[in-house]
Design a protein around this ligand. Sequence first.
Ligand SMILES: [Mn+2]
Length: 363
Amino acid sequence: MSVLSQNRFKQVQEATAASGADALVLTHLPNIFYLSGFSGSNAILLALGDVIHLFTDGRYTIQAHEEAPQARVHIVRTPLAETCGEFLRSRFPRRRLRVAFEAASLNVAEWARLKKAAGHGIEWKATTELIERIREVKSAEELEVMRLSAKLASEVIAEASDFVRPGIAELEVAAEIDYRLRRKGASGPSFETIVASGPRSALPHARPTEKQLQKNELVVLDLGAILRHYCSDLTRTVFLGRAPARIRGWYKAVEQAQEAAHGALRAGVTAGSVDRAARRLLNQHGLGAYFVHGTGHGLGIEIHERPRVGRSQKQEIRAGNVVTLEPGIYVEGVGGIRIEDEVAVHAGRTEVLTTAPRGLLEL
Ligand SMILES: [Mn+2]
């Protein structure tokens, strides 16, 4: 096992013990990837003693051995939960064993299968966010990949003037973004690319449609890459034409709200205080009612991770966190403005990972 994965495994063993368990069953695929390196779509991981057992199916025989050389790979024909349960029963026929599992990702059918196959010797312990709490602090190696992922997404958005113009449909713009992400080396977009124009830009999570972009409209572009399994996330707002004074004023306010959040972001503060810094600024401009979501979120292997940067979050920001700061305002019938960047928190300083220019883009 490499030093890196040894450290990670040790942290997981400590967390398992702290939850009162002797062994751990993982069913959430991003957590399985984090611990073993295996990125297939069907797997259960059992961390037992000093061994990682990886249960997967015949499609992944080669991949599992390649990606998770330190794991003991079990290629399985029956449902994975059943095999994992039977394995536990065969290893511990008499001794009582306490096994932690992931309550948020094991569905009821799998859970029943696992319990039945494992028999009565197992005492099951439901856990939540056991691995997620470890994942929220990124290693230097992870940060390096996340820098590249953020840079890749930033390069695509910096090319927006090549393909954002009146007459082109939102779906075409989204297709162009996804194509360029892949051309630059992403394995795909980190979420469904958002292209929302005109009044539709007031929908924070709009899906692109056949609607054509028009002159004198706002357009929100929210996109991200997956690069070497790590997500990026970035939003810019475009105005097609010369923006009127009211729109410029709103944009300035959102920009200042993001700066305020960035100013408040450092190790040791609560996530809630970062959110409130952005909110306070928009309130001062009389725009607070239009800010309808949280200020940001952690990201990494998944697009949404701990810590959540929301109003009442008491969770402490720690060195190694990477979060988005993405205040926005959404005015029904008019449109929306959002500016989103990714910021890494280090001891005593922050680092903006996204590199695209931040000003209002008038095309
Ligand atoms: Mn985001």
